[in-house]
Ligand binder design. Structure first.
Ligand code: G4P
Length: 537
């Protein structure tokens, strides 16, 4: 694997740094599970030359991501739980691809990852169109005004009518859609795509994707013969129809997240992937200015700054340590650099910084704005921390999702209680679940809050694998948590319900109310208008 670092002997001038920063493209792929995110990731790596052979990084059936298979549960369940980082070069650009879990129970992890990218790729299953998780993730991208490129996958299989797909992207996602190519024939009769700009037909071969040099002009007889008369006629009708309603590609609107270019293809059959990769490197923006509390921080003008968007423990059994993932927002980061932690109010020496490629890690001498690096975290960093060369920079905190499921986790073997506590603390710090306790309880028992139930399975599985602790989960009948904020007097006046309600404390010792339903909460809280009831921890 080629490294992205530049020789340490280089005499750096700001111009060289600028070049390094400007060539970076940091993006994530979002999709509903099974739409083909993993397959597309793998094919992008393949076409960029980062892996020798698609499929080589994971065994079939066992794999669900090209990379993030370090947790046993991911392999058994076939879902991607953790996010990983892939860095690779293509056409002089340096791409940082942040993998995200597709399952909705891990939306919080995905959300945090989306705070660390400048662009997103949305993969749709051509037979299903916009699915619930796609919509949810898209809304997060919209909040961040992220530019999005869309890949409509599995065109080799029966699919929805392209006009219907196009229409639902515009209607459901409320974004202007701009097709870059258009399918010719569908399902078993899929013949290829017509490139709208060049007015060329790119044929698809069921057994072998596509070979360059086979393109045909849309107005040629060969095209009609290859595509079939019916398909050629339908294409011309659809293009005429689209001509009246489709906006042409507008890069400014794309960069503001108002327009998405759409590419039809088949990741599994290598069809349309290379063109998509070319468009990605051409259109995805370089590292963008990020809003700090003191105003926007320019990646090129400011000194080093970064924020922690993810903590991951025990990534590799050979390196049983805790890794903080940093997105570098401005400037250059170098080994042994002293950085200032805005939360701790002190400087920290960064001795071991890693470039992460799936399970592998490699010590880095330097990294630039746009990069995502891992630093070994001896309990010094938490999610949302800002680190900078000089004090005075602080990025906004990353909100956590309101939990919807609650349970008590019990350790079955009391002789492993110490490991149990250690594991719980570590996993809560990583954000696998939120941790509470009942201050009135006779003995300490962790109460967990999670966005999705699978998070409890992850917790149990990791406690067993990494800490040798067997646990049971007893679900609690609550549906929402609320953090009351007010003066001590106002809080003392509250008459807490005696039934269907829980009062616990979180890891920062803040009071948390657990309600059986949102209805209960919405009927209780208005009685105390001098208290702010926040559902974000
Ligand atoms: P995900 O990460 O979004 O969850 O999806 P993933 O890439 O794992 O793809 C889900 C399934 O869809 C896989 O099949 C994959 O091979 C298949 N797939 C992906 N892209 C295409 C495509 O362009 N055309 C077709 N026909 N299928 C595609 P699987 O049976 O679940 O796994 P496997 O047996 O292939 O490993």
């Amino acid at each position: 694997m080629e490294t992205a670092t530049v020789s340490n002997e280089t005499e750096y001038v700001p111009g060289a740094w600028r070049h390094e920063i400007l060539r970076r493209r940091t993006f994530a792929i979002i999709s509903h599970p099974d739409a083909g995110k993993t397959t597309l990731t793998e094919k992008l790596l393949f076409f960029a030359g980062a892996i020798d052979r698609a499929g080589s990084v994971r065994p079939k059936k066992q794999r669900k991501t090209a990379t993030s298979d370090w947790m046993a549960m991911e392999q058994v369940r076939g879902i991607s739980i953790t996010s990983t980082v892939l860095q690779f070069e293509y056409e002089g650009r340096l791409l940082n691809l942040l993998d995200t879990p597709g399952h909705q129970d891990f939306s919080e992890d995905t959300y945090r990852t989306l705070t660390a990218v400048d662009c997103a790729v949305m993969v749709l299953d051509a037979a299903k169109g916009i699915e619930p998780q796609t919509l949810k993730l898209f809304e997060v991208c919209r909040l961040r005004r992220l530019p999005i490129l869309t890949f409509v996958n599995k065109m080799d299989q029966p699919s929805l009518e392209p006009v219907e797909l196009f229409d639902s992207i515009e209607r459901v996602l409320r974004i202007s859609a701009c097709p870059v190519n258009w399918p010719v024939g569908l399902g078993a009769d899929f013949r290829g795509v017509a490139e709208l700009d060049s007015r060329r037909f790119i044929p698809y071969h069921r057994m072998g994707g596509y070979s360059s040099g086979e393109e045909l002009a849309l107005d040629s007889e060969e095209f009609v013969r290859d595509a079939g008369t019916g398909n050629a006629r339908q294409l011309s009708e659809e293009l005429e129809l689209l001509g009246g309603v489709v906006a042409s590609f507008d890069r400014e609107r794309f960069l503001k997240g108002e327009q998405t270019p759409i590419f039809f293809g088949s990741a599994l059959h290598d069809f349309g992937v290379e063109a998509f990769l070319n468009a990605l490197v051409e259109h995805a923006p370089p590292p963008q200015a990020r809003a700090g509390k003191q105003g926007p921080v320019d990646p090129l003008e400011a000194g080093f700054s970064a924020f922690v968007f993810k903590i991951q423990g025990n990534m590799d059994p050979n390196h049983r340590d805790n890794m903080a993932f940093l997105r570098i927002c401005s400037g250059r980061f170098e080994r042994d650099m002293q950085v200032y932690s805005a939360r701790l109010g002190k400087k920290i020496r960064m001795t071991r910084m890693h470039r992460l490629f799936a399970r592998e890690r490699e010590t880095l001498e330097e990294a630039f704005a746009g990069d995502v690096v891992g630093v070994v975290n001896p309990g010094m960093f938490t999610i949302g921390d800002t680190l900078s060369a000089e004090p005075g920079v602080e990025y906004g905190r990353i909100p956590s999702f309101p939990p919807e499921h609650f349970a008590v986790l019990r350790c079955l073997d009391m002789s492993r209680n110490k490991q149990f506590r250690k594991g719980i603390a570590q996993l809560a710090e990583e954000g696998v679940a939120q941790l509470y306790h009942d201050p009135e309880a006779a003995r300490w028992e962790p109460i967990l809050g999670a966005v999705g139930k699978l998070q409890f399975d992850v917790m149990q599985s990791r406690l067993l694998q990494e800490y040798g602790v067997t646990t049971t989960v007893d679900f609690l009948p609550y549906e929402c948590a609320c953090w009351p904020q007010g003066s001590a007097e106002a809080l003392a006046r509250v008459r807490w319900p005696s039934f269907g309600f829980g009062l616990v404390r979180d890891h920062q010792d803040r009071l948390v109310c657990l309600f059986r339903s949102r209805w209960d909460r919405d009927h209780f809280t208005p009685d105390y208008p001098d208290i702010v009831w926040s559902d974000m921890g």
